[in-house]
Design a protein around this ligand. Structure first.
Ligand SMILES: C[S@@+](CC[C@H](N)C(=O)[O-])C[C@H]1O[C@@H](n2cnc3c(N)ncnc32)[C@H](O)[C@@H]1O
Length: 192
């Protein structure tokens, strides 16, 4: 299933990657990393960066470690078990955080986004990429059968980001699919 996640989400993730800002991060973190493919893509896109990948599932952590084993051996990648609702990462350490196909499961957007803000440097970027815009029929069907899943609208995500200390929020909707990205920056003067 996790290998399927890597390949099944690749097109969406590649579209999401085109929305990342033109920056040269030293430290990036992929939250809810699943099988680890997107951490691998971050390592390719930002060859000078160290990438941390976080997931609360043991199996995801194992798979993401296998997927990125060469980069782990090279000292450029760390895969850690962790819950985004209580991140045990150093404060103000990351220039960029990404979350692909995962915020549906986070227990309270605002609370979890505040955790992301805590680990980002002031002015650091956070990008969310979802295949559901919170209104498409297929995803709403999944929401009924997957316990704890919530398909958020862009407006809900944007409001939670602002409440959690982000600004400069920019969203995009795929022209023909319900795919969305939301990019925001941690407020530069925010105390963590
Ligand atoms: C649908 S998968 C997406 C995986 C990967 N980001 C991708 O795009 O292929 C959702 C992932 O989010 C993880 N996840 C959900 N809630 C989480 C939380 N509170 N903390 C950390 N990881 C979480 C799950 O374990 C799962 O691996």
């Amino acid at each position: 299933m996790l290998s399927g996640m890597n390949s099944g989400h690749a097109k969406l993730a590649d579209w999401g990657f085109t929305h990342l800002p033109a920056i040269t991060p030293s430290n990036a973190v992929d939250l809810g990393c699943g099988g680890g493919r997107n951490a691998g893509e971050l390592l390719k896109k930002y060859p000078k960066a160290h990438v941390t990948a976080i997931d609360y599932s043991d199996l995801s952590v194992q798979k993401a470690r296998d997927y990125n084993q060469d980069m782990i051996a090279a000292g450029r990648c760390t895969v850690q078990q962790g819950d985004v609702s209580n991140l045990k990462l150093p404060a103000e350490a990351f220039d960029l955080a990404t979350a692909f196909e995962t915020v549906y499961f986070w227990p309270g957007l605002e609370k979890c986004f505040a955790q992301v803000a805590k680990v980002l440097k002031p002015g650091g970027y956070f990008m969310i990429c979802n295949e559901s815009d919170g209104t498409d029929a297929t995803s709403l069907k999944y929401e009924k059968i997957i316990d704890g899943m919530k398909n958020h609208t862009v407006e809900e995500i944007e409001a939670a980001l602002r409440a959690a200390g982000f600004s400069g929020v920019k969203s995009d909707h795929h022209p023909s699919k319900p795919w969305i990205t939301v990019l925001a920056r941690k407020n530069a003067l925010q105390a963590s």
